[in-house]
Every structure is written in C-alpha cells, then in structure tokens.
Design a protein around this ligand. Structure first.
Ligand code: PLP
Length: 397
C-alpha cells in the first residue's frame, strides 16, 4: 500500500471568495483600463507601523547584530517582557491573568488552527454562520463535522444559546468578521453560563477588540464572570497595531480550564514547546512597544483614522436608509444589498457602475447571501470618494 493522504482535505469547500474577487476585478480592469477602482473589500490594514514600534524594532535589530546582545532561540511561549506587557494590558481593564496563562504566537490564525490539537475528534463543534472561514476549515481538515448557528437580521447577527442546544466547542467572534456585530455583556454571559452548564469550551476570537470604543461592550470574554472556567481567548496585533505583515498575536489559556482531569494550559504549553519555536525577538520587542504609553497613543490615532472611515460609510448608509450592522465598534460594515440583489449581483453592479469593490456576504456562509461587507481599513480620501460613488449609484434606484 502506498502513502495515504488526509482525505478530509477533500471535504473542504474550495474558497473561491478572494480569488473570484481578484479575478473579476482584474478582468474588469483589463477591459476598462481607465477605471479608477477603489477597494473597500480588503481585510488588511493600510496604515504603516507606528513610529514607537518601528524605533523599537530597529533597536532590537541592532541588538541582534552585536555579539553581546544577540538572541537565539527564545522561550516558545514568548519572552517575559511581552507577556508582562500583555498582562498589564488586561490588568488595566481589571482582568487578572497569570503570566503563564499568556502564550505569544505568530498571529491568531495559527493559534486558532493549532488549538485543535488539544481536542478529541468526537467533539460537537458549533460555529456561527456567517463567520471568518478559518474556524470551519480547520475543523474540516481535522475530520470534524461542524454545526452552524444562524446569525441573521432577526438576532442582530449575534446568536444566543437556544433551548436544547448541545455543543462541546463553541466559536465566538466579537467584534465579528464579517458582520461587525458586537456581543453585549448579557449576550456573552448567556454563552458563558451555557458553556459552564454543558461542560463546553468557548473559543473566543478577540482579534478586533481594539475597535470597541463603547465602554459598556466587553473587549475580552474574561470580563464575564465564570469565563476563566470555560473560555480560551485569541487576540492579535494585526488589526490593533498594523502587524498583519509582521505577525504576532497571543492566546490566553486560564488555569481553571481542566477537562477530563487535564489542564488545557499544560496541554497547550506542551503543544507549543513541541511544535513551535517562538516568535522572533525583534517582533516581540516591536509588539511590546505597542503597550508603552507612546505606543498606545500612536496606535490610538491609527484606530481613530479607521474609525473615521467606518463612520463615513455607516453615515452614508443611514442617510440612504440601507440596513447595516457594524461600523461603530468594528472596522466592518455589513450592509443589506439593495433591491433584494444577491451578494454577487451587487458586487458586479458596484464594480461596473461605481468602480468600488466590496466583499460578497455569501462568501462567509449561507446566511451571508443578500449582504455585503465593506471595510474601514482603506485610505480616508478614497473611502470618502467610494462612499460618494455608492450614494450616487444607489440614489438612482
Ligand atoms: N480572527 C479573525 C476574526 C480575523 O478576521 C483574522 C484576520 O483577518 C484573524 C483572526 C487572523 O489574525 P492574524 O493576522 O493575527 O493571524
């Protein structure tokens, strides 16, 4: 018998979303070379790293070039200086974490995929629809089937546990990609209570927490009583501080998480020390600079820049009477396609008539059909221009 492959890969749905978008945009550009296309579809940031980060990164590069300050392999779970800074960041919001509950990694995506090493095949996985596709695909690769919970207009795209629901692993993403919806404390408490009751584990993706400006909305699941006993939190410097190309994130695994008599914190430490060799010293120094007073001030101005874009888009939709969620405590705006159009019909319409690119909601799950995602991560002047074009196009209705 020859080598066998992981046949579960055959169960993955091809992800045509971003390649289809790129293909359609480049085809349009070829036939309309003068069209000035504005992209409000990307989930990537556009502002550069802030000066405090760049300076610290440069200083760390210098250290690496001198024998007396060179760093080789570091601790797999992250240097103490960064874990302490993350601990302080949570502490400033009255969340107490032990240092060894914080694991530094190369971004939330890797950790969200890798965490599945810890769980048995038979677990029942519950994922919102629509949602960031990584949760579904990583489980399918591991041979697990996934059940969906509906995120729709009726529940404000924030599903809650329903009577009779059974689940072992529950993914929550707040602020949500793609809907921009943000759970209230009451909403998260309902999930925490459910998980504690059922002996389930919540995998909480807080990659966009920095966009929450409403002090009443929770930025971490650990703001909810009992969450230390039922939740792992994933976070990232990607959107908070423009680290999408630098790569750094962190995962919190509280000591209270004990299942089958085994500590998930110990398991994750074992997993990371076996399969991961840590984030580079230079990147961790850069990440630590984000938490300095100067770093916090500088990233606040980048976040304000993106928030202004979100406001520009949201206000225009409001004026036009188009339903949407997000845009307030989130970089994503999730709008209802006008005139009952499908997501892809609206994509084509917007591209050909306004030269604006967004992301069709159908690419994030069945419930995304009929919706469209716009992002606040673009250039401010271009975002205003795109919104003006959108208004001109839709006022022709
Ligand atoms: N989680 C969500 C919800 C995201 O939208 C993204 C990136 O778009 C990530 C995680 C990945 O973050 P990172 O760059 O830290 O891997």
């Amino acid at each position: 018998m020859s080598m066998r492959v992981n046949m579960h890969y055959a169960d993955l749905k091809d992800s045509y979303l971003f390649s289809s978008i790129a293909h359609k945009v480049s085809a349009y550009q070829q036939t309309h070379p003068d069209a000035d296309i504005i992209r409000l579809g990307i989930g990537d940031v556009t502002l550069p790293l802030v000066p405090a980060v760049v300076e610290e990164m440069g200083r760390a590069v210098g250290e690496m070039g001198r024998k007396e300050s060179f760093h080789g392999y570091g601790p797999e779970q992250g240097y103490d200086f960064l874990r302490q800074a993350i601990q302080g960041y949570y502490g400033s919001r009255q969340i107490r974490l032990d240092m060894d509950e914080i694991f530094v990694g190369d971004g939330a995506k890797s950790d969200l995929g890798n965490i599945l090493d810890l769980f048995d095949q038979e677990n029942r996985v519950l994922v919102p629809d629509p949602v960031y596709p990584v949760y579904v695909d990583t489980n399918v690769m591991a041979g697990r089937s996934v059940a969906f919970m509906n995120a729709t207009e009726d529940n404000g795209f924030l599903p809650l546990p329903e009577p009779g629901l059974k689940a072992d692993l529950i993914y929550l993403c707040s602020p949500n990609n793609p809907t921009g919806a943000v759970y209230t404390r009451e909403g998260l408490k309902a999930w925490v209570d459910f998980a504690l009751n059922q002996g389930a584990l919540i995998l909480f993706d807080a990659a966009y927490e920095a966009f929450i400006s409403d002090p009443l909305l929770p930025r971490s699941i650990y703001e909810i009583e009992g969450a230390r006993g039922c939740a792992i939190e994933f976070s990232s410097f990607s959107k908070t501080a423009g680290f999408t190309g630098v790569r750094c994130g962190y995962t919190v695994v509280p000591h209270e998480l004990v299942f089958d008599g085994i500590s998930l914190n110990k398991m994750w430490l074992r997993r990371q020390t076996t399969k991961f060799n840590g984030v580079s010293y230079v990147v961790q120094r850069a990440a630590a600079a984000v938490f300095t007073q100067r770093g916090q001030q500088e990233i606040a101005s980048s976040l304000a820049y993106y928030r202004e874009n979100a406001k520009t888009i949201a206000q225009a939709l409001e004026k036009m009477g188009i339903d949407y969620t997000g845009g307030k405590n989130s970089p994503y705006i999730w709008m209802k396609c006008p005139n009952g159009m499908t997501s892809w019909d609206f994509f084509d319409h917007l591209l050909s008539q306004a030269h604006v690119v967004g992301t069709p909601g159908a690419g994030f799950g069945a419930n995304g059909e009929g919706f469209f995602r716009l992002t606040a991560f673009g250039d401010q002047a271009k975002t205003r221009q795109a919104v003006a074009r959108l208004q001109a196009l839709l006022s022709e209705r």
